[in-house]
Write a protein that binds this ligand. Structure first.
Ligand code: GLN
Length: 481
């Protein structure tokens, strides 16, 4: 059930919030095998539900009254364990809420639990979680995508109404695509990062996973907007998007990728892409093929910048200030022992890579070069968006893959971010919308991108496309073989 539908039915008195939370908790229990949650906050959720019921009863429900939310476990929740799916924070209980969480609660939302993820949001399959992989609800032998895998599973398996994730290089959009839900990464600076555990601060952005664009837009209107506690937020009020007012399809100019780029995709993803492009064209949109300059630099620039920032951000986990501390023998170094035992292999790989590209001898060759590439990528995007309203891209070059299929090959895993990382490098908004199914019956999502700051417009386009592609919540969408 979408939140909009829930709200409507709750207002008619069909059920109580408490009942709905109880049902979600039972479903979570039954679906334990999906491993969507690291921590379940049943008691707090039931208590919040009572308050929501009282508000509905008195006829003064807030904007998100009774909306049941799963929060990715790298977003701070006061009094609820926040682990980042890492052994190093296994028992860490924050004393404050992230701004996004604080705003959700103030609007009447109910936090049901903390969603599974790749350790410190590094990964594309959820297999790098210290708590075990989450599984794709469409077929548990397949990955749900990552790093916000648990959030996507929780929405898709109907264990909550909506979820928060974080997107540094695609971690909201890619799992949304793999699980058949909507996944939105706002423009950099739209949503406060206060309380989001830092991975790569210049790329990180909290995002939303939901069944529909409508629910996404509503949540966005609550969590977006300036926050004095995050100096990188835009000095603007929360974004109100109207999904029914905007240009008609006939007025739209849609940028599409050239064949040479699409060839890098799995044939089923390509087929789905063509289907979506044709649907737009038949509805009257003007389609233009755009060469996006410097696209060959997207993945390398991302992995240099993201690892460099991660190596610096993760220096704080030293076993001294907070989190896990290794027990050591006399004379043994606590910091080394703590980090050796506390971090998983992928996190260590990134810390080493990031430290290397920042080191004196290689700074110019890698890090500075990546920063230059990043600027060129952002400028190229800005030029593209003077010519088109939005860009249509696949979300992932491949359909959902099997558990274990890519875990031994970090490069193959990194390449699954081919179409998502550029939006983070340029800071632009991007959204994944369900669009089709693979021959194995697993979801395929398509991605829309728009100019920096055009978040409200992007949501409007996404709403339009989801109707056009027949991918609204609960509808069956076409399979591609
Ligand atoms: N898959 C990408 C990575 O591993 C993106 C991660 C993210 O967006 N948090 O870095």
């Amino acid at each position: 059930m979408t939140y909009a539908e829930f709200r409507h039915r709750r207002q008619r008195g069909e059920f109580r919030c408490r009942q709905v939370v109880e049902e979600f908790l039972q479903r979570i229990e039954r679906q334990r095998g999906l491993n969507a949650f690291i921590t379940i906050s049943a008691e707090q959720a039931l208590q919040a539900a009572e308050e929501s019921d009282a508000r509905f009863d008195s006829g003064s429900p807030r904007l998100l009254e009774g909306c049941v939310v799963a929060v990715k476990d790298n977003i701070s929740t006061r009094g609820i364990r926040t682990t980042c799916a890492s052994s190093i924070l296994e028992n860490f209980v924050p004393v404050y809420d992230a701004t996004a969480v604080e705003r959700l609660k103030a609007a009447g939302a109910i936090i049901i639990g903390k969603a599974n993820m790749d350790e410190f949001a590094m990964g594309s399959s959820n297999e790098y979680s210290a708590f075990g992989a989450a599984r794709n609800p469409h077929n548990p032998d397949y990955v749900p995508g990552g790093s916000s895998g648990g959030s996507a599973v929780a929405v898709a398996a109907r264990l909550c109404h909506v979820a928060l994730g974080s997107d540094t290089g695609g971690s909201v959009r890619q799992p949304a695509s793999f699980c058949g839900v909507v996944g939105f990464k706002p423009s950099y600076g739209r949503v406060s990062r206060y309380g989001l555990v830092a991975f790569a601060s210049s790329l990180d952005q909290i995002g939303i996973l939901a069944h529909t664009v409508e629910d996404t837009a509503l949540l966005f209107s609550v969590i977006s907007g300036h926050d004095p506690r995050d100096a990188t937020t835009l000095p603007e009020p929360p974004v109100q998007s109207s999904l029914n007012e905007g240009p008609t399809v006939e007025e739209l100019v849609v940028g599409v990728l050239p064949r040479s780029v699409l060839q890098e995709c799995h044939p089923e993803v390509w087929a789905c892409y063509e289907h979506c492009r044709n649907a737009l064209q038949e509805a009257g949109a003007q389609i233009v093929v755009v060469e996006i300059p410097f696209s060959h630099a997207w993945v390398p620039a991302y992995y240099v910048i993201a690892t460099a920032e991660a190596s610096s951000n993760l220096a704080r986990y030293d076993g001294v200030r907070y989190g896990f501390r290794a027990s050591t023998e006399e004379g043994e170094d606590i910091i080394t022992a703590t980090r050796t035992q506390g971090f998983g292999a992928e996190v260590k790989r990134r810390i080493m890579l990031g430290t290397y590209v920042l080191s004196a001898g290689y700074y110019d060759a890698y890090y500075r070069k990546a920063l230059k590439a990043r600027r060129l990528i952002a400028e190229a995007y800005a030029r593209v968006f003077t010519m088109v309203h939005m860009l249509l891209l696949p979300t992932s070059p491949v359909p959902p893959f099997r558990l274990g299929e890519r875990i031994e090959d970090p490069i193959a895993m990194y390449l699954s971010d081919l179409f998502t990382v550029s939006a983070n490098l340029a800071g632009i908004p991007a959204i994944s919308v369900p669009a089709g199914k693979s021959s194995e019956g697993l979801p395929i999502g398509m991605q829309l991108q728009a100019a920096y700051g055009a978040d409200a417009r992007l949501l409007y386009y996404a709403h339009l496309c989801s109707r056009l592609w027949g991918s609204g919540s609960g509808t069956e969408y076409p399979a591609f073989e």
